[in-house]
Design a binder for this molecule. Structure first.
Ligand code: ZN
Length: 306
């Protein structure tokens, strides 16, 4: 089992996207800077999608322009087509992520085209990103189940991942977009996809805690060979198909679980908890994450005076 795991903080994009109110650009920038100061080295900072469809991300360019660039940090922009890629490159993202939904119906609902067309778009994006000298990765979404098609056959997910791998990305991710997965399924799917894509392609996993299985899934993923996990500060993020649900797996809770299991993340947990508290105050409501409430492993209390 791995002794270190890389974490991609997705709070500023996946997390904020389902927030009812649009957060001011300055607050988004402070959020990202706090995460980086805590030791996060990959942040999904925004998405370059139609601002009419996702008003929360309408300030993508301004967020990028307001960030102080630091050496060794990857500022990831999510893109869904060539137009988005061009915007992300112009804004100065040094990594782009694309999403292809394993379920054709979900892909049509989300992106207006079928899975096959999105794979074609990804192959073009990967090529253009490489030519621009920017690394690109792809996420296979709804890999653990779909609200329109139900169960996702392992063979289908493996096929989509294998076709995406033809672009030669440095990394492919499997996402439980609607938070239905369980650890045994994670083990099966990660093992099957790992065997189907080149050994040089890294595997990342993305879990939502919609049904409270997120951290268990994350641990199973690491045991099965995943080297990178997505998480969001405070566990914000929600689920578009389960309105009352909690969000992504909370970064603080994940760093705690991994750290006390002897798996390094390079992130300062106390600084991360402070960021979760700041986020809670900024959003004006409690966040789902548990460490923001419970705190780090307790400091020993002085024994009562005799
Ligand atoms: Zn997500």
């Amino acid at each position: 089992m791995m002794r270190s795991v890389e974490i991609v903080e997705v709070g500023p994009r996946d997390g904020l996207q389902s927030e009812p109110g649009v957060l001011p650009t300055a607050a988004k920038i402070e959020f990202i800077e706090r995460l980086i100061a805590a030791g996060v080295r990959r942040v999904e900072v925004t998405s370059f999608v139609n601002p009419k469809r996702v008003p929360q991300m309408a300030d993508a360019e301004q967020v990028l322009a307001g960030l102080e660039r630091r050496e060794g940090v990857h500022y990831v922009g999510l893109v869904l087509n060539r137009k988005g890629l061009d915007r992300a490159l112009a804004a100065g993202c040094n990594e782009v992520g694309m999403a292809v939904v394993a379920s054709d119906t979900f892909n049509r609902r989300n992106q207006g085209v079928g899975t096959d067309e999105s794979i074609d778009a990804w192959l073009e994006i990967a090529k253009a990103a490489r030519e621009a000298g920017v690394r690109a990765q792809v996420t296979v979404s709804a890999a653990f189940g779909c609200p329109f098609e139900g169960e996702m056959p392992v063979a289908r997910v493996v096929d989509v991942a294998r076709r995406c791998a033809e672009a030669g990305p440095f990394e492919i991710a499997l996402a439980d977009t609607i938070g239905v997965g369980v650890p045994a399924q994670v083990t099966e799917l990660v093992t099957a996809v790992r065997a189907a894509i080149p050994a040089t392609t890294r595997l990342r996993a993305h879990f939502h805690n919609t049904r409270n299985t997120g951290l268990a899934n994350a641990y199973a993923a690491v045991q099965a060979g995943v080297t990178t996990l997505d998480a969001s500060a405070g566990g914000i993020g929600g689920c578009p198909f389960a309105p009352a649900a909690t969000g992504n797996i909370p970064t603080e809770d994940l760093v705690y679980m991994l750290g006390r299991s002897g798996i390094e993340t390079g992130i300062d947990l106390d600084a991360l908890i402070a960021t979760g508290k700041w986020l809670q105050e900024t959003l004006g409501r409690p966040v789902p994450g548990m460490l923001v409430k419970a705190g780090n492993f307790p400091r020993l209390m002085a024994p009562p005076a005799a």
